[in-house]
Design a protein around this ligand. Structure first.
Ligand SMILES: NC(=O)c1ccc[n+]([C@@H]2O[C@H](COP(=O)([O-])OP(=O)(O)OC[C@H]3O[C@@H](n4cnc5c(N)ncnc54)[C@H](OP(=O)(O)O)[C@@H]3O)[C@@H](O)[C@H]2O)c1
Length: 250
């Protein structure tokens, strides 16, 4: 079930958090991994070592998704590595929780250029490789905030809503050979929201509003991505799958 043997998968944002867990899960499923990261080289190397320990091959590539040339180079190198790309997971992302008055150029630009445009440019650059694979799967990472509004963080929420609609549009455009789906996590314990889960009041509010009663772990997200990458999801495209402890039901 959910086997990824003989496939090559590029995961962006693989140095930490959700992308890291996805890379390790894909390696356990038999994939060789290209690990994209921006700054955390030791993190990426640690993931690489664990992938190798699981018996799979890896390549670590630094690329800042705000730089289009770097995105193109990342994907070119990733595809050329084994001469193929069967899967792409766009987990690299950033969050900004500023109120609207506080959003300056940097806050807007980072969220839009990394989360939204970075996702698009990565898929766009990977297309020749994904098409050549015959059957390929793309998994984008949205958020519960891509469809459920919260006060504050308007640019982030707009970016994630954009990722979801982009996912549906790409699914239509790229069918039947390339499937494109999104996973929309709820509150997951990573560096991205460390301030939130280290604040006892906020941590408890999330626990209370999450029907399954706890924060998610990166390992809660990874198996769903593994499924979407696999042939077992061969009739699934254009879906946005919430992995959120039920918080979207509120
Ligand atoms: N954590 C949550 O509660 C949650 C909830 C919903 C959705 N999400 C989404 O899940 C995805 C992963 O989030 P996370 O929680 O795992 O975050 P995280 O722990 O902060 O990790 C972010 C990852 O993205 C990479 N990254 C950031 N900016 C980049 C850039 N400009 N270019 C290339 N890579 C960049 C980082 O690379 P470096 O390590 O090298 O800096 C890191 O690998 C994001 O799209 C996020 O929006 C997270």
């Amino acid at each position: 079930m959910f086997d990824l043997s003989d496939s090559v998968v590029l995961v962006t944002g693989a140095s930490r958090g959700i992308g890291r867990a996805i890379a390790l899960e894909a390696a356990r499923a038999g994939a060789d991994l290209v690990l994209g990261f921006r700054a955390d080289a030791p993190g990426a190397e640690e993931v690489s070592a664990r992938v190798r320990k699981a018996g799979r091959d890896t390549r670590v590539i630094r690329a800042d998704l705000r730089d289009r040339a770097a995105v193109a180079a990342l994907v070119r190198e990733a595809g050329a590595w084994k001469g193929r790309l069967d899967g792409l997971v766009t987990s690299a992302g950033t969050y900004d929780g500023s109120s609207t008055e506080e959003v300056g150029d940097r806050e807007w630009d980072d969220v839009v250029r990394i989360d939204l445009e970075g996702t698009f440019r990565t898929v766009q650059a990977a297309l020749p490789w994904l098409r050549a694979a015959g059957r390929a799967s793309v998994v984008t990472i949205s958020s519960v905030m891509g469809s459920h509004a919260a006060a504050g963080a308007a640019p982030y929420q707009a970016g994630k809503a954009g990722v979801e609609q982009m996912t549906r549009a790409l699914a239509l455009e790229l069918a039947p050979k390339i499937r494109v789906n999104a996973v929309a996590p709820g509150f997951v314990r990573t560096d991205m929201n460390r301030g939130g889960h280290e604040d006892p009041g906020f941590r408890r509010r999330v626990e209370r509003s999450t029907p399954l009663g706890r924060w998610g772990e990166p390992e809660d997200i990874a198996p769903v991505v593994r499924y979407l990458l696999s042939r077992d999801a061969g009739w699934v495209t254009g879906s946005v799958i919430g992995v959120d402890g039920g918080i979207a039901l509120r």
